[in-house]
Design a protein around this ligand. Sequence first.
Ligand code: PMP
Length: 359
Amino acid sequence: MASQTIRTTNGRGKLYDSILATIGDTPVVRINNLAPAGVRMYVKAEFFNPGASVKDRLAINIIEAAERAGTLKPGQTVVEATSGNTGIGLAMVCAQKGYKLVVTMADSFSVERRQLMRMMGAKVVLTPRAEKGTGMYKKAVELAEKHGWFLARQFETEANADIHESTTAREIIADFAGDRLDYVVSGYGTGGTITGLARVLRKERPETKIILTEPANAQLVGSGVAQTRGPDGGPAATHPSFEPHPIQGWTPDFIPNVLQECLDTGGYDKLIPIAGTEGIAWAKKLAQKEGILTGISGGATFAVAMEIARQAKQGSVVLAMLPDTGERYLTTPLFSDIAQDMDEEESEISRSTAGYQMS
Ligand code: PMP
């Protein structure tokens, strides 16, 4: 364990103008119990964002870039296709700024995501899971065209990778200033995180190896097969290598245009696929051995970081992105063997004193 400190706190030394001002500046945290000997492992804990995921960064930037460009007018409705976290981030931003939000989402994503968006005032329009990511994407396009709504376009917009270039990557550069950083590991949903990180790290930390990962049963990038696209860069059809996978938020059924920049510019050094079951297993280990509660994509990213760490030279430093909180997965396979009722050991503890036992 890391050395203990006597805690005193002094506040943050400022008052925040709104919840939106608390987005970003997430902590990089040492892994103490799971890391192999001689290798320092860290995670960037994106669940410290107010909407508990990395997508808060994108949400605020899409809305504010559109406000600056005049493409989003006061009182206009925002519409977007999302696997959940972008919708939750947008719901937070739209609630604060007074925009209406309509989200299209395949009905396969966890129900707590829908409820969180509705809690923050969004309307959630479900699309059939058989139509996959392209189905929810095309529904959002249809709705925007029919009603004159502002389409957030997270899979194509420049506002996506830009915010990771100007915030996420800058935070990593600052936090590792003067220290080693041998590997950074990230998966992709839109590709905003990895593309933004690559832009900065390639210039300022050229020695850092950038590791990209994707689901073992949906190796879109690994297949080498190019994505077919419409005129606006959006997907024309499902990628032939796509299979449904349990890593919510990762790898839609197409290669996003935002990620394409990273692929075309050599923005990663190695692609390592990972099975969804490994993501679930490592999310549990992070929770139980480190007290770090992250989602399946965080577990999957960390699983790959562990593979890297086991093979890395002594003294190496490995950073894994943890995109969101594990609380977003209570109704998913991540929690399916976590009991609601007392198990034998808990019942025994209860019986070990006379009072207050369940009948
Ligand atoms: N994990 C989760 C849970 C996500 O919601 C997302 C975003 N869809 C990602 C990872 C990937 O982030 P990015 O879109 O920046 O590639």
